[in-house]
Design a protein around this ligand. Structure first.
Ligand SMILES: [Zn+2]
Ligand SMILES: [Zn+2]
Ligand SMILES: [Zn+2]
Length: 105
């Protein structure tokens, strides 16, 4: 089994600021309820988890192929790689000093 390079040395500072920190953007648009929130590492899109009726985080992956999301629920510090189907830890301290600040692409 190959390791997942996406989750290696992943830190909170590797994620862009969530576009909608307290809400699933698609649920707001559709008027549906979410259970928990996930943030896309690539673009900062916030979607709802697979316990939510609309599963927008997974839908976002299928639409965009952005491979990694993290939980943005309070107290959570984990990420998920859709490509490899594994969990990883999200470090609190930055191990990538050069990544601090905005590097939205
Ligand atoms: Zn991966
Ligand atoms: Zn949603
Ligand atoms: Zn994305």
């Amino acid at each position: 089994m190959s390791a997942c390079e996406h989750l290696e040395n992943l830190a909170a500072s590797d994620f862009p600021p969530p576009r909608t920190p307290n809400a699933c953007e698609d649920c707001l648009n559709e008027g549906t309820q979410w259970v928990q929130l996930r943030e896309c590492r690539t673009c900062g899109d916030v979607g709802c988890c697979d316990s939510s009726p609309r599963k927008h985080a997974t839908a976002h992956f299928h639409q965009t192929q952005h491979p990694v999301m993290r939980s943005i629920m309070p107290g959570d510090a984990w990420a998920w790689c859709y490509l490899h189907s594994i969990y990883g830890d999200v470090g609190v301290a930055s191990r990538h000093p050069e990544a601090v600040g905005s590097r939205r692409t």
